[in-house]
Design a protein around this ligand. Structure first.
Ligand SMILES: [Zn+2]
Length: 278
């Protein structure tokens, strides 16, 4: 049994489990100042079995409709995410963006809830986890708002902000044979008391973005204290849509894990490379 992960920046990655490929939070839209430049085109991605979406913000869903159409695969998400995907494909959020979206593709977008469990093939099961969205702290908001590049692009940026209400936020637990993987789309610790049941997971992916470095280290520690993962992988730390994003400094997290959690393997994924995890 093997797990490999291909990461495309943000919370967008494919978990390759032997023959099955599960795509999370499809987002290839990155703007022209994004770093790094992701060279993979959505058209090059195939052999996906299912897509799961953590929440309905633009940086988690923009290519979901495209894959539902082209690959004819199910996309599991909240009802708000479903609405956003349809409005995005129909060009209702940004006029320039409009793509053919058939009735069949719309039917591939499936609304889920916390108590659901989705089976893919005979060995793979995925459970949504109740989660929330990080609230941006004052320092993060101020540093973005008062940048010149933000003011220049405020009109476009507000379309992405207002056009994609977040809806329900899911984490996911993926169970494949003996292996458990947990991923979140936003760094939330609000429902941490519910996470005890997932203690001892093999792999934990955390979105390392949206707050000051100090707070992100603190929240990550809270999560690993409860979940006790064997492997920790930060994602979403890349500069995917400046000035809304920045590249996050991973060094304080690396130091914290090295000092206080030597049993946890911290993996910093390369971009766009299929990386063996287990
Ligand atoms: Zn978000």
């Amino acid at each position: 049994m093997t797990l490999q992960i291909t990461w495309y920046g943000t919370a967008c990655f494919i978990a390759h489990l032997d023959g099955s490929n599960i795509l999370f939070d499809p987002f290839f839209l990155r703007n022209e100042n994004a770093q790094p430049i992701i060279t993979t085109q959505p058209e090059e991605i195939d052999a996906i079995d299912a897509i799961f979406i953590t929440h309905a913000h633009f940086d988690h869903i923009t290519e979901a409709g495209f894959f539902a159409e082209k690959l004819n695969v199910p996309v599991y998400c909240s009802s708000t995410a479903k609405e956003n995907i349809i409005r995005w494909m129909d060009g209702e959020i940004i006029e320039d963006h409009k793509e053919a979206f058939s009735k069949r593709a719309k039917q591939n977008i499936k609304t889920i809830n916390y108590e659901d469990s989705i089976k893919i093939g005979s060995d793979l099961e995925i459970h949504p986890i109740k989660s929330c969205h990080i609230s941006f702290d004052a320092k993060t908001i101020l540093s973005r708002l008062f940048s010149w590049s933000f003011l220049k692009q405020v009109k476009t940026i507000s379309k992405y902000g207002r056009g994609f209400p977040q809806g329900k936020v899911f984490g996911y637990k993926l169970l494949y044979k003996d292996l458990s993987l947990i991923t979140f789309g936003s760094l939330c610790t609000k429902y941490i008391q519910n996470l005890d049941q997932y203690k001892g997971c093999d792999v934990l992916l955390i979105p390392y973005a949206g707050n000051s470095t100090k707070h992100m280290v603190k929240k990550t520690i809270e999560l690993i204290e409860v979940l006790k993962p064997k492997i920790l992988i930060p994602h979403h730390w890349d500069n995917f849509f400046p000035p809304l994003s920045r590249e996050e400094d991973l060094n304080p997290l690396k130091e914290e894990i090295k000092q206080n959690y030597p049993d946890i393997t911290l993996i910093i994924l390369p971009f766009e490379d299929k990386t063996p995890i287990i």
